[in-house]
Design a protein around this ligand. Sequence first.
Ligand code: NAP
Length: 249
Amino acid sequence: MSSNNARTAIVTGASKGLGAGVAKALAETGAAVVVNYRGDAAGAERVVADITGKGGRAIAVQADVAGRDDVRRLFDRAREAYGPVDVLVNNAGVATFTPLSGITEEQFQRTMATNLLGTILSTQALAAQDDIDSASIINVSTAGTVTHPAYAALYVASKSAVNAFTVVAAKELGPRGIRVNAIMPGPSDTEGTRTMGYAGSEQQGQDIAATPLGRTGTPDDYGPLVAFLASEDARWITGDVILASGGLR
Ligand SMILES: NC(=O)c1ccc[n+]([C@@H]2O[C@H](COP(=O)([O-])OP(=O)(O)OC[C@H]3O[C@@H](n4cnc5c(N)ncnc54)[C@H](OP(=O)(O)O)[C@@H]3O)[C@@H](O)[C@H]2O)c1
């Protein structure tokens, strides 16, 4: 994997699922990692223990990415522990699947606040550091912005906004050496999708049949890609939104 030695990374929503896989991969490539979580302190501490048990550097920091004060505190804690933050993975997200007629204002606020506002606030906090001369931001979108599945209107709309935000932010932050990219994961086996009853469902069977590589993703599938995008090896890549879905499109 690419090297991220001497980098300080924040991975939002890393107490489980894709974020946990990404946090471990970044630590394996040398980054000091801040494992952000909202409510699952035990999950975050397990991820930290996994990393430090292998000789890596990590701490867990609670913060709700949808709140500016929390995000400021998250960055302050990261900087106190490891210095300026030069890798940010905006992974914290909620997936809302509901028929169009059932979308509520509460679901709208929660989904947009976590997926879009959280990405914006964290990106602002990274860019507000005046002591970095390069950085890499990786936003976690979804392959759903390409496949447009039924019952995912709100979720896909929020992540399509993240894709658009990625491209615009890359233009504004490029002159400061800050790269901004997004990945679009395919359906993956995580605590989140298990809670939704995805594993073993008819939908999972249909997705696997439509996936050229013939399986569901795992958290381990995304770590190497994010580690690459974070690293100097990806120095010429910004404003890109990359499909990582086993070919599902
Ligand atoms: N799994 C998939 O099939 C799939 C496919 C495409 C894209 N994605 C995207 O990948 C990301 C991770 O998905 P996942 O399946 O791994 O989810 P997950 O298993 O449900 O885990 C979600 C993580 O996000 C954190 N989180 C949620 N709201 C937060 C907030 N307001 N502030 C801080 N952290 C918050 C949770 O923290 P706590 O548990 O500590 O509260 C948890 O660590 C999401 O952005 C999702 O949209 C997932």
